[in-house]
Design a protein around this ligand. Structure first.
Ligand code: BDR
Ligand code: CA
Length: 306
């Protein structure tokens, strides 16, 4: 059983990532969910995480709110993509239970300290909480079994030509995280843009009963679904990596996050010519899309009949 702590900003694709984790309960143990301001403001990302915990039957998994904004910069949001609530056209029942007491950064540090080498940290929002955890207790780098992120790209941006959203939303935090001494498993736009909900995928989601009430409107929220194209569910790639790294080809690299460029702030400058240097990242360069959807749909189908 693999243990994961998921730091997120739900977020439509964050929701589909949490659903993938929930449907993988036979092999994945979600030990906590922490929230960060990102796609929408922190109160909304937290409310969405709470609603998802109950809708996805995640039991007593603690949901702990964290940082509301970036370390230094003004706040960047993506409500244009995720809607004003953060979940697009999805409407979930209001959550009955409250978030945990305390702060996400403490939760991350304490949870990793309590089980050194056991828990993979999966970060699919801006890296503010993770950076603060590293600063507060640098040994989290040793204690984490792994750090898997959705963020960045070696070829392009999405929020602007240079920067992917999670990196642009807090470039200083991302720079701290890449510099912390671990080997970041990086699922960037180079692969996540191929994890696309096409018409075939949508047709596999429609019969999934109550779960379809999340999956279908989420998938139709921010881009039209066609035979060949549709929205990319970026964050689900990070959970998929934990479940089956062999879905991805990954290449060692030295990744530096641009924090000062006028037009390139948030860019992940990726050097695959590592030479004698220590690679600080294992960067995903391709995804087996068919196997990805078999894995994801298998989990969604299991969750639907639970
Ligand atoms: C990332 O940015 C957010 O809008 C998504 O939730 C995902 O984590 C994709 O660039
Ligand atoms: Ca996200």
């Amino acid at each position: 059983m693999k243990k994961v702590l998921i730091d997120c900003d739900p977020g439509i694709d964050d929701a589909l990532a949490l659903a993938l984790a929930a449907g993988s309960h036979d092999s994945l143990d979600v030990v906590g969910v922490t929230t960060v301001g990102g796609n929408v403001d922190l109160p909304l990302t937290t409310a969405n995480a709470l609603a998802l915990r109950e809708f996805l039957d995640l039991g007593d998994v603690p949901v702990t709110p964290g940082s509301a904004g970036a370390l230094l910069r003004h706040t960047v949001r993506a409500a244009d993509v995720h809607g004003v609530t953060g979940l697009g056209d999805v409407v979930l029942p209001a959550p009955l239970r409250s978030p945990s007491e305390g702060h996400a950064v403490d939760f991350i540090v304490d949870t990793l300290r309590a089980a050194p080498g056991e828990i993979t940290l999966v970060a699919v929002g801006p890296l503010t909480n993770v950076a603060l955890a590293v600063r507060r207790e640098p040994r989290v780098v040793e204690w984490a079994r792994d750090l898997v992120i959705m963020g960045g790209s070696y070829t392009r941006g999405n929020h602007n030509p240079a920067a992917e959203f999670n990196m642009l939303a807090d470039p200083e935090a991302a720079a701290i995280v890449f510099d912390a001494g671990w080997t970041v498993k990086q699922l960037g736009l180079d692969v996540t843009l191929s994890a696309v909900v096409t018409m075939d995928v949508l047709d596999r989601m429609r019969p999934l009963g109550r779960l379809a009430e999340l999956l279908v409107p989420a998938s139709q929220s921010y881009k039209a679904v066609t035979a060949e194209g549709g929205p990319a569910i970026h964050d689900a790639c990070a959970v998929a990596y934990v479940l089956d790294p062999s879905l991805f080809t990954c290449v060692p690299a030295v990744v530096n996050v641009e924090t000062t460029g006028t037009y390139t702030r948030g860019m992940t400058v990726t050097d695959f010519g590592v030479g004698d240097r220590r690679a600080n990242a294992l960067v995903a360069t391709s995804l087996d899309v068919k196997r990805f959807w078999d894995l994801a749909m298998g989990a969604y189908e299991r969750l639907a009949v639970r």
